[in-house]
Design a protein around this ligand. Structure first.
Ligand code: SF4
Ligand code: SF4
Length: 132
């Protein structure tokens, strides 16, 4: 298995779910039997993460930490010419609502927060904590 340094070359070389691997054999990418690719785990959710693009700094912690590779990304090139993943959303068909992504999000006001499953995402964004 690649070392963290090797995995950090560019965002697209990082194995999705690198922190909590979803693979039984990462080299062959054999998915664990209990991965959301094999089982629909979205039904487990009682709370869901909501993503606030306005606060996100694109650190990608959520992307590498999510055990179900739920984060949708778009490739962008930074001012320094480095390829970078821009988080654009969450695939709720894969998300089981574990809350790991919220825990690892480092922004002073979290860019991800858990809300009850049936909360409308636009309403959740209206309720977001504000800066003092
Ligand atoms: S709550 Fe976050 S970390 Fe957990 S499965 Fe959903 S998106 Fe992934
Ligand atoms: S962990 Fe938070 S700040 Fe980092 S990319 Fe994910 S949502 Fe954005």
């Amino acid at each position: 298995m690649a070392t963290p340094k090797e995995m950090m070359t560019t965002w697209d070389k990082i194995q999705p779910g690198a922190v909590l691997p979803s693979f039984e054999d990462p080299q062959k990418k054999i998915r664990s039997k209990f991965n959301s690719y094999n089982y629909k785990v979205a039904d487990w959710r009682v709370e869901k993460p909501v993503f606030n693009r306005n606060l996100c700094i694109d650190c990608d912690f959520c992307w590498v930490s999510c055990p179900d590779s739920c984060f949708q990304v778009e490739e962008v090139v930074s001012k320094r010419g480095k390829k970078q993943a821009k988080i654009v959303g969450i695939n709720y068909n894969l998300c089981k609502g574990c809350g790991v992504c919220v825990d690892v999000c480092p922004t002073p006001i979290k860019s991800l927060l858990m809300f009850p499953e049936f909360t409308d995402n636009d309403e959740a964004l209206q309720e977001w904590p504000k800066k003092d």
